[in-house]
Design a protein around this ligand. Structure first.
Ligand SMILES: O=C(O)CCC(=O)C(=O)O
Ligand SMILES: [Fe+2]
Length: 250
């Protein structure tokens, strides 16, 4: 079963808005299988559309071995963000999973953001090849993207982010963050990249004391919108993770 992995008695919201700025969760194996199935389905559908002749090649490929075949396709063109947002029918299935109920129990009923303006809640996934630094972005706080004009936040809500490892080698890939960093203002600049304003952060990361979230499949981190974080590249398998932003009543 899913559970709140923190050992103290604090609620998830108290952790996210308290001194650490995050809370760890674990989803059940059946929720994990369901999410992986929804991602695989979208992945296979996209390959079939873009590269019909390669469909057979990718069809039985576990997602964590994606990097072994990725050179057969144009990775960057194949996986823009919109191609990695679960379709509405899959979002409905994801919404019915146990961990969503658990989150609602912790923070109350929530909406998931639709920053891409698709008319439904945006749950998206990522593929990070083990040796490809271009598959993760630089260190950031998600708040910066909203401040730079990505998406609209309704009045009277707070944003809380959820990141869950679907395929991930513990300690070698996944997610890193700076504990307590949500309590400080960090300097960043908006820079135009690929036609989008993206935040850039200039402080050398070695000086910060980042922590690695040692996550295996099904491990998740729920975190403050202002927490500094980023992805990790490494290991020998493709990392697959999902993300979404909850709008929680203030
Ligand atoms: O998964 C990654 O590499 C980055 C994750 C991230 O930035 C997020 O979940 O907000
Ligand atoms: Fe982020």
């Amino acid at each position: 079963m899913f559970m709140d992995k923190n050992n103290d008695n604090k609620t998830l919201a108290a952790e996210v808005f308290g001194e650490n700025g995050f809370s760890l969760i674990k989803i059940s194996d059946s929720d994990l299988d369901a999410l992986e199935g929804l991602i695989s389905q979208q992945f296979q559908g996209r390959i079939k559309t873009l590269y019909p002749s390669l469909y057979g090649e990718f069809k039985s490929l576990p997602l964590d071995l994606y990097h072994e075949k990725a050179q057969l396709i144009d990775h960057k063109k194949s996986w823009p963000k919109v191609s990695r947002i679960l379709p509405k029918s899959s979002v409905e299935k994801a919404r019915a999973l146990n961990f969503m109920k658990f989150l609602e129990g912790e923070v109350g009923a929530f909406q998931i953001s639709d920053e891409e303006g698709l008319g439904f809640e945006n749950i998206y996934w990522r593929l990070v090849r083990p040796d490809s630094f271009s598959d993760v972005g630089p260190l950031h706080a998600d708040e910066w993207f909203w401040a730079l004009g990505h998406g609209r936040t309704p009045p009277n809500v707070k944003r809380i982010k959820v990141w869950i490892a679907i395929n991930c080698e513990r300690g070698k890939g996944g997610f890193r963050f700076l504990r307590g960093s949500h309590l400080k203002e960090w300097p960043y600049r908006g820079v135009m990249k690929d036609g989008i304003m993206k935040p850039e952060f200039d402080i050398p990361e070695e000086s910060l004391g980042l922590e690695i979230f040692e996550s295996g499949p099904g491990d998740g981190i729920v975190f403050n919108d202002k927490l500094l974080h980023g992805g990790i590249v490494g290991g020998s398998r493709t990392r697959v993770s999902i993300e979404f932003t909850m709008f929680v009543a203030e």
